[in-house]
Design a protein around this ligand. Structure first.
Ligand SMILES: NC(=O)c1ccc[n+]([C@@H]2O[C@H](COP(=O)([O-])OP(=O)(O)OC[C@H]3O[C@@H](n4cnc5c(N)ncnc54)[C@H](O)[C@@H]3O)[C@@H](O)[C@H]2O)c1
Length: 338
């Protein structure tokens, strides 16, 4: 598929996808400002593993000239670089806007001006659907659940950007979609739910499952915002990468479209009440937590309806118990870096 650029290529998703592409013989350029904790380690890991086919550009998506130069002559751009935490977006909405909204426009403009008409794949988020207060829920002993949505939230659900992060990522989502309509650039939007996996340097603000495991292994306290019964569909990193591969193989089947991507109804957990028994088992000890108020934009339930993308033949394979165990093992082996 020619030359592939990954913005945010030293991040969790970016470094994992870079590794897969490099192992399949692709030429990959990583563009990252290395602002995320763990990004330097991810980059060193990739550079240690691959001496050819890989190029690294230290740059910032807010700077158009950097982006223009990096995108020029690329055949494919996976645009993952972002400010990823809702809480940080509330503290500094301008920075969040500049990285996520302006940064995405910069990538699109660079693609439009490159004359290469590259495929652009954008990592959007379920946060574009907002808190979904109008969706009826029921409460059980361990979780919240949808009353009337057996398959979860589909792409037809109305958009309701909530929190500065929701707004900035949502703006990017709509720009990416529109550049396909207006400029005929082949673009694909993946509205991703909770992704988890190896090389994830989870922090309280983002990457909650990795953050819980790191906290347990470091004997630090876990804070649960809300009641712990919030439900998420969780998707193991390799399953997400399989979806990217499908688009990469036949972009024309997907150009101009938007897809919800997550574990779907089969792979859901409540963030504490149902995860606790799994990680307690792995830890071999009781876990202590502290409850705090709900955070802005926190959805009580988010489950992706993955029917649309599943028509490609894709389906998530790694269930939450298996995935959590794999993540536990990776974090245990790398706790000195975290
Ligand atoms: N991980 C998830 O569960 C999840 C869910 C939905 C959407 N997403 C989206 O997927 C993408 C990747 O997420 P991730 O989990 O790998 O996050 P990550 O923080 O690990 O990776 C993002 C990378 O972008 C880089 N970056 C940040 N600001 C930059 C800037 N101004 N210029 C250049 N690089 C910059 C960081 O250094 C980091 O390496 C993001 O766009 C995120 O919004 C992730």
């Amino acid at each position: 598929m020619g030359k592939i650029l990954i913005t945010g290529g030293a991040g969790f998703i970016g470094s994992n996808y870079a590794e897969r592409l490099l192992s399949n013989g692709h030429q990959v350029t990583l563009f990252d400002n290395l602002s995320r904790k763990g990004s330097v380690q991810n980059l060193e890991w990739l550079q240690g593993k691959y001496s050819s086919g890989i190029k690294f550009v230290q740059g910032d998506v807010r700077h158009f000239e950097d982006v223009k130069e990096a995108v020029y002559k690329q055949d494919v751009v996976f645009h993952f670089a972002a400010q990823v935490a809702v809480t940080s977006s509330v503290v500094n909405p301008r920075e969040d806007f500049e990285i996520n909204a302006l940064g995405t426009l910069n990538v699109l403009e660079a693609a439009r001006l490159s004359s290469n008409n590259p495929l652009i794949v954008y990592a959007s988020t379920n946060k574009v659907y907002g808190a979904m207060d109008d969706v009826s829920l029921v409460e059980t002993a361990t979780r919240w659940q949808y009353k009337e949505l057996p398959l979860g939230i589909s792409e037809q659900n109305h958009l309701d950007f909530h929190s500065p992060y929701g707004c900035s990522k949502g703006a990017g989502d709509q720009y990416v979609r529109d550049y396909s309509r207006i400029y005929s650039i082949p673009t694909v939007v993946f509205r991703q739910s909770c992704i988890y996996g190896v090389r994830q340097y989870g922090i309280e603000d983002q990457g909650w499952l990795a953050h819980f495991i790191i906290s347990i292994l470091k004997d630090s306290k876990i804070k649960i915002y809300g009641d712990g019964k919030q439900v998420r569909d969780i998707l193991w990193i390799d399953d997400l990468l399989d979806a990217y591969d499908i688009v990469l193989e036949s972009p024309n089947n997907f150009a101009g479209q938007v897809f919800n991507i997550g574990g779907g109804v089969d792979f859901t957990v409540s963030i504490w009440n149902e995860i606790e028994p799994i990680i307690k088992d792995l830890a071999g000890k009781d876990l202590s937590i502290q409850y705090d108020d709900w955070r802005p934009g926190d959805q009580k339930v988010y489950i992706s309806d993955i029917t649309a993308f599943s028509r490609s033949g894709w389906s998530p394979k790694v269930d939450p118990v298996t995935g959590t165990k794999l993540l536990w093992e990776w974090i245990s082996d790398h706790i000195h870096l975290l």
